[in-house]
Design a binder for this molecule. Structure first.
Ligand SMILES: Nc1nc2c(ncn2[C@@H]2O[C@H](COP(=O)(O)OP(=O)(O)OP(=O)(O)O)[C@@H](O)[C@H]2O)c(=O)[nH]1
Ligand SMILES: [Mg+2]
Length: 461
């Protein structure tokens, strides 16, 4: 994945990295080499030009040439440029980054329309996305609106089964809007909060396909219109995105087959040329092979440098402190809930993916171990917490015997395990109350959480 690009870019940075003084010539050489690397990676020419011009302009400013460590400063400029070409990291007016999905709250039905050419990975990505949303506590339904390919419904059913997500299909259906309406009805009756609508792909964009998608869009008024594009198609993915955006309108892109030896051109050109954010990448054929797209991470990968670790750690620290402070406030008010616990568990999982990234950075592999995070335990806890309703998580006192057995069934655990979790929670809460009286120091609090066997975040500092 991006191996060649990484190799070339890190070679290019040798012109400057580690040098105590650098000249304009050094910068030109480095930028030239990066330019070649980007062109070989099939990055759109306009994007390459913009990259080159803005990097040179910034790098030749006094700041770099006179900096204490000019090589490092230059690497940082290239890193930040890559990040800005890959996506936005700053949250928008709604507090979310461009990469995040914009779905409605759980009480209103949201829908996601999956679009793309034949074989791009729509059906697979639909199931992957459903699994992800389920893990986040949503109740998704896969909707079979590919009525063109005979085996499409069956494929979706099999995938749905595999990930434990219900699939809505109408055998012999001829009209996608009718199927959508049926699915929306089914959703109402079955407490579904998100429809993920799989659609038909064609070899090329054609009028019939667009007309059908248009009708489906008008009926479903989707919250997200996601183009599923094959990263192996390089720049062509950018043209496809442009066409779909003009005819239907897109809210984002899922780039599939990022595990293959893609040259990276699509990832680097998409946002700049189309203005549409990359939201997820597919990294394999299995349902779990799916990741939110993080511009910072991919930029780090492309640079292939160990010092990116410090950048990552810094960002992580900021997040930890913010979360810890919020938690602190809750504890002071003595209103830490099961909902907060679930959020904590999920942030531990995020740390898991941070780990896999660290492993990819040369010299870092195996340096950090996760042995104090008992994965199986976390999984069970998350399953139980996810099977509760929000109301239950906000007030654990309402969870009586019948709710307990429903939660046990929903999470594939036993009533005893649910009871154990609730007991643990009570204990945790008790400790927190004591703790918040003892100390107003977030670091000490994190330490305590670590001791309680729930966090383990401190290890990454
Ligand atoms: N390696 C890899 N393979 C993928 C990925 N995403 C999808 N595939 C494979 O690509 C092939 C096509 O995927 P589908 O999900 O059927 O594609 P589609 O867009 O639904 O295809 P049509 O319905 O025919 O238009 C399958 O063999 C998938 O397993 C990915 O991220 N990585
Ligand atoms: Mg399909």
């Amino acid at each position: 994945m991006l191996d060649k690009l990484t190799q070339k870019v890190s070679d290019a940075l040798r012109f400057v990295a580690g040098k105590s003084t650098i000249t304009e010539k050094n910068i030109d050489d480095a930028v030239d080499a990066i330019k070649m690397a980007l062109l070989e990676a099939d990055v759109n020419l306009r994007v390459v030009r913009r990259f080159v011009n803005s990097t040179i302009e910034e790098a030749k400013g006094e700041r770099v040439l006179r900096a204490v460590d000019p090589g490092q400063q230059f690497v940082k400029i290239v890193h930040d440029k890559l990040v800005s070409f890959l996506g936005d990291t700053e949250p928008g007016p709604n507090g979310r980054s461009a990469q995040e999905l914009e779905l409605k709250g759980p009480d209103v039905l949201s829908s996601i329309l999956m679009l793309g050419l034949q074989g791009s990975g729509k059906t697979t990505s639909s199931a992957k996305l459903a699994l992800r949303l389920k893990k986040e506590g949503r109740k998704p339904l896969l909707v079979a609106c590919d009525l063109v390919r005979p085996a499409a419904m069956e494929q979706l059913s099999i995938l749905g089964n595999q990930v434990g997500i219900p699939v809505y299909k109408e055998d012999g259906a001829a009209d996608v809007v009718k199927v959508y309406r049926g699915a929306a009805d089914y959703a109402k009756k079955n407490l579904i909060d998100t429809l993920i609508i799989d659609t038909a792909g064609r070899l090329q964009i054609d009028e019939a396909m667009m007309a059908e998608l248009s009708r489906l869009k008008d009926a479903a008024k989707p919250d997200e219109l996601l183009l599923v594009a094959d990263s192996m198609t390089g720049q062509a993915a950018v043209d496809i995105a442009k066409a779909f955006d003009e005819k239907i309108g897109l809210s984002g892109v899922i780039l599939t087959k990022f595990d293959s030896d893609t040259r990276g051109g699509a990832a680097l050109s998409l946002k700049t040329i189309t203005g549409k954010p990359l939201k997820f990448v597919g990294t394999g054929e299995k349902p779990e092979d799916f990741e939110p797209f993080h511009p910072e991470r991919v930029a780090g990968r492309i640079l292939g440098m160990g010092d990116v670790v410090s950048l990552v750690e810094k960002a992580q620290e900021v997040i930890d402190q913010k979360e810890a402070l919020e938690l602190q406030k809750k504890m002071e008010k003595e209103n830490f809930t099961l909902e907060d616990w679930l959020a904590q568990l999920r942030s531990v999982k995020k740390m898991g993916s941070l780990q896999s990234m660290l492993d990819m950075i040369p010299g870092m592999a195996g340096q950090i171990s996760e042995d104090d995070i008992n994965k199986a335990d976390l999984k069970t806890q998350e399953a139980i917490l996810s099977s509760m309703t929000r109301k239950e998580r906000r007030n654990h006192l309402i969870i009586g015997p019948s709710r307990r057995s429903r939660i046990a069934r929903g999470s594939g655990t036993s009533v005893a395990e649910v009871a154990r979790l609730l007991k643990k929670f009570e204990k945790m809460r008790g400790m927190m109350k004591k703790m918040s009286k003892m100390s107003k120091n977030p670091a000490a609090m994190q330490n305590m959480l670590g001791q309680m066997g729930q966090m383990g975040q401190g290890r990454f500092r």
